[in-house]
Design a protein around this ligand. Structure first.
Ligand SMILES: Cc1cc2nc3c(=O)[nH]c(=O)nc-3n(C[C@H](O)[C@H](O)[C@H](O)COP(=O)(O)OP(=O)(O)OC[C@H]3O[C@@H](n4cnc5c(N)ncnc54)[C@H](O)[C@@H]3O)c2cc1C
Length: 318
């Protein structure tokens, strides 16, 4: 099937402005790394997502979902297929109460239904605006709600599993269903969404009425702590490795003397050894070489197997 035919069909479904060709993935990842995706689509409705999934399945065209690309390393060759980004163009929300303020005044739980492209930081800011607590932990996590559910993102004592009541998901055939919190099978930085290659479309989030000043103070404390400890001045994908049972990846890497260890433009942060940063011109190849060398060294020294938390896309697996 010709390239121009696919582009025309995708534009017909998603709209002219929502389809790009040979789109550099470095523009859509917080690592600022990644070659071109053949097609890059930003659907704005659930119907469009469903039509695209069915269209691609019928034509055996591979696709991959991203949110803000904040946990993603895309290869230098890019991706042969369609990247479907569910982020700011698919980020509506509604309170599941007629009047959120009166619900909050009655000290009841407040439910917010969000499309999966809603940023977790934006949702935390919205929660604070309405004096709702429970979302503060996510105020510095630069991903989407969909990516957060897929990864069961967490920080500072909170995780997505604590606040997600249920999610609407789509399978690879385009079938839509709801999964409740238990059915989402959240684990450490994973969920059923990952295991079954589901697409998170929407989620219902439960938050509790709280004290706005206290909520904002907690968010500021978290932001300050992140600024103090994390290399936010460099592009990265957050923690590079998962926490191995009984250890902290960053501590093992620091203890191994690997702070500042560099391959090409990829470097182990001097500020937080759990982060690999892009010092400016890192390639995906640099990051892969660096992380392989780190993992080998940590295994040699401590017998601990480090597993990447960052998702790799467009590579032949090692
Ligand atoms: C500076 C920095 C700090 C970070 N701090 C934290 C932290 O404290 N805690 C933490 O857990 N993470 C942290 N992260 C990592 C990252 O923000 C989270 O993993 C986040 O949940 C990823 O969301 P995303 O939308 O960017 O997902 P992406 O990176 O776009 O994708 C990640 C995975 O989720 C899948 N995915 C994305 N959207 C959907 C969807 N709608 N449906 C199905 N699958 C989907 C993708 O296919 C991919 O496999 C940090 C990252 C950075 C850069």
């Amino acid at each position: 099937m010709s390239n121009s035919r696919v582009v025309a069909d995708l534009k017909k479904i998603a709209g002219m402005d929502n389809v790009k060709v040979s789109e550099p993935m470095r523009s859509h990842t917080t690592f600022r790394i990644g070659g071109p995706a053949d097609y890059f689509v930003t659907p704005q409705s659930t119907e469009h997502i469903q039509q695209i999934v069915k269209y691609l399945k019928n034509r055996h065209i591979p696709y991959y979902i991203i949110g803000n690309g904040s946990n993603l390393l895309v290869s230098d060759n890019g991706y042969r297929g369609v990247i479907m980004q569910l982020y700011s163009r698919y980020s509506g929300y509604e309170f599941l109460h007629d009047d959120v303020k009166s619900a909050a005044d009655k000290a009841g739980i407040v439910y917010i239904k969000v499309q999966s492209g809603m940023g977790m930081m934006r949702l935390a800011a919205l929660a604070a605006e309405y004096s709702l607590e429970g979302m503060e932990f996510a105020s510095g996590i630069p991903g989407s709600v969909g990516g957060g559910i897929m990864m069961n993102a967490g920080a500072y004592g909170g995780e997505m599993k604590d606040i997600v009541v249920r999610a609407t998901v789509m399978d690879e055939d385009g079938n839509v269903r709801e999964l409740d919190n238990r059915e989402l099978e959240f684990g450490y930085r994973t969920s059923r969404v990952a295991a079954e290659r589901l697409i998170v479309l929407e989620a219902v989030i439960a938050l509790c009425p709280g004290n706005q000043k206290a909520i904002r103070e907690k968010m500021q404390e978290i932001a300050q702590s992140r600024r103090d400890k994390q290399p936010l001045e460099y592009p990265s994908a957050g923690s590079t490795f998962k926490r191995p049972q009984g250890y902290f990846a960053g501590k093992l890497i620091a203890d191994a003397g690997l702070k500042g260890f560099t391959v090409g433009g990829a470097k182990v942060s001097e500020k937080h050894a759990g982060f690999v940063v892009n010092t400016g011109r890192a390639t995906a190849g640099d990051v892969v070489e660096l992380t392989n060398q780190i993992a080998d060294k940590i295994y040699q020294l401590y017998g601990v197997k480090l597993e990447l938390e960052v998702k790799k896309l467009g590579f032949d697996e090692r």
